[in-house]
Design a protein around this ligand. Sequence first.
Ligand code: GDP
Length: 440
Amino acid sequence: MFNNLSEKLDSALHLLKGHGSITEVNVAETLKEVRRALLDADVNFKTAKEFTNTVKEKALGQNVLTTLQPGQLMVKIVKDELTELMGGDAEGIDLSGNPSVILMSGLQGSGKTTFSGKLANYLKNKKTKKPLLVACDVYRPAAIDQLHVVGDQIHVEVFSDKGNQDPVAIAKAGIAHAKANGHNVVIIDTAGRLAVDETMMNEISNIHKAIKPQETLFVVDAMTGQDAVNTAKAFNDILNFDGVILTKLDGDTRGGAALSIKSVVNKPIKFIGTGEKMEAIDVFYPSRMADRILGMGDVVSLVERAQEQYDEAEARKLQKKIAKNQFGFDDFLNQIQQIKKMGNMKDLMGMIPGVGKMMKNVDIDDDAFKGIEAIIHSMTPKERANPGIFDASRKKRIAKGSGTSVQQVNQLLKQFNQMSKMMKMMQGGGGKKMMQMMQN
Ligand code: GDP
């Protein structure tokens, strides 16, 4: 995420970090580089200029030149200003209604349908919410089908009325259906066009006026940079929406949209989309994003993602299995699925402070577990439950079945063995035992 920008800001600030004597000229040079980095990231020209002016004022106001660690103070000022630029505090969505109605707006392909599903899934996992998805795209039957596919995937009901050409009527019927069936959140997915046009604007504006949603969210593809900001402005003029959803931040996004939108439409970014999977949704925290942009990682979000996947009952079951020496390959496969649900591997690594920079040129196959999964899938159920029973001919057969080599199979068996031992030791309160093993 934002690799290029991070790198350029890092090298701009490097001018000051560890610099023996810092002068006003150095500061000016650094800020010139910072501005260039922002412009290269497709940040709005005016925004970039205001940003560097503010940083300069603050730097001079705090007497950066005479502090002990001027470089660090500059980084802090830049971090605070980046946070401010992206919206200051994180803002949640209003779920006070019963049902709370959330209207999605945005261009076709921006990721509205996908995000509607992600949000429904996210709210459903909060346990107190029972969402209903409503399909209001009356032009593309495929879009209605797509929402049904998403709904099935996350086990959330979808309300649609194929053939009905009146999106306002569908939206109203959807809300009535929610009331009658105990849904406390209604997420309305609407039609988008490839570009802003009057018909679309009228249509969404009519739906908006008719249903008076608690939240109107504008979904935009972060990859579109400056265009994202212009589209946001056009939608905001009509809808006066409550918040922005930035999608596709997992790609090679330059960052311009994330950094400019707030200052142009004065609406907060509320969520971000970081992948095609239903779990790839994050609350947008400006300060955490600023940390990531400056290469400081984002451990808090990493831990939160892990917690979201953590199921206490499952964990207890697993613990018992480990204690009884019953942890098998099926359990292992399950663990891999959990990790994969946390998101794109490179993205996850980037959340660890310092690692993002190290990994920038490393290609991590998002399917790094593919070989391991294939090997496990080629085992018989009995073998999966009894990791100690493989003979040479079975290993050969498994390698062939999984398109790997006997060496890879052996490696996995060895790693699995070590991991099982380690887990058993941790269970037995054996921190000490583990230390001993590591020393041997
Ligand atoms: P809509 O026309 O606005 O409803 O857009 P869709 O939800 O159909 O999304 C368009 C395409 O973008 C689909 O292929 C989605 O899988 C993809 N997409 C949506 N959100 C994300 C995201 O956060 N990351 C990535 N990589 N792809 C996304």
